[in-house]
Design a protein around this ligand. Structure first.
Ligand code: ADP
Ligand code: MG
Length: 232
């Protein structure tokens, strides 16, 4: 087993006017390659802040993050952006697809962002991922021509198409009904099994968490239960 993400004593304090909000109060976590991890905890406990730190969208007030052997916290802004492009796939609650592009177009855009503007895309890989997500007949559809569940599957396809070291998902089923949630969660699990894809997923849904290999519980900016192993 290889550690693909290492977080050491992460702290994040937001300054709001003259008030300090301590969103993270010393979070340490090791994530192994191929893990599928759920982060749970009450609203406001720091889950999204932690995920944004892992993805290099925010910088910690103190502490250290190493992703796939690269130190995110020692990096400059430009280096951090580069690490994010090469190593991270994001899936958000709002699907954040490009509305004027087809499903395949959204994946091509992700490939270009990943590899730089003159990077070649991989049509075969795109087709493989879209087929695995049962979207092959939606390849040329635009987001508004798809259901919420289909759009979220495109967002997942976009996140995995570049084979990122880690997928970070912030309440990916938060906007979906029960049926679509189940489909999307099954796809996450499939990505984890089939490609040994490492996934960290914030969720409020105990059924979603039960599909993960491990659950960590947060409260008040700290991890209170770091290693609830789920029997699948
Ligand atoms: N950009 C921000 N500026 C100020 N406070 C913030 C900001 N983002 C989050 N917070 C605060 O930090 C705490 C943790 O927020 P968040 O990480 O979004 O929690 P969660 O995702 O668990 O609901 C909350 O008290 C929230 O109000
Ligand atoms: Mg949140």
């Amino acid at each position: 087993m290889r550690t693909i993400l290492k977080a050491e004593n992460l702290q994040k304090t937001y300054r709001v006017g003259s008030v300090d909000v301590h969103a993270l109060r010393g979070v340490s976590l090791d994530v192994e390659e191929g893990d599928f991890l759920a982060i749970m905890g009450p609203s406001g406990c720091g889950k999204s802040t932690l995920l944004h730190l892992f993805g290099g969208l925010l910088t910690p007030t103190a502490g250290r993050i190493v992703i796939d052997d690269e130190d995110l916290t020692a990096a400059t802004d430009a280096q951090r952006t580069d690490i994010r492009r090469r190593k991270i796939g994001f899936v958000f609650q709002r699907f954040n697809l490009f509305p004027t592009l087809s499903a395949d177009g959204n994946l091509r855009l992700a490939e270009r962002i990943h590899a730089g503007s003159n990077g070649a895309g991989n049509a075969e890989r795109r087709r493989e991922v879209l087929t695995l997500l049962q979207l092959e007949d939606k390849m040329h559809h635009k987001p508004l021509e798809m259901s919420g569940g289909e759009q979220q599957r495109v967002a997942l396809a976009r996140a995995v198409v570049t084979s990122p070291a880690i997928i970070l998902a912030d309440e990916p089923t938060g906007n979906l009904d029960t049926e679509n949630s189940a489909i999307v969660l099954n796809m996450f699990q499939e990505m984890n099994y089939r490609f040994n894809q490492t996934i960290i997923m914030i969720t409020h849904n105990p059924e979603a968490a039960a599909m993960c290999r491990r659950i960590i519980q947060m409260r008040d900016g700290q991890i209170v239960a770091p290693n609830v192993v789920v029997q699948i």
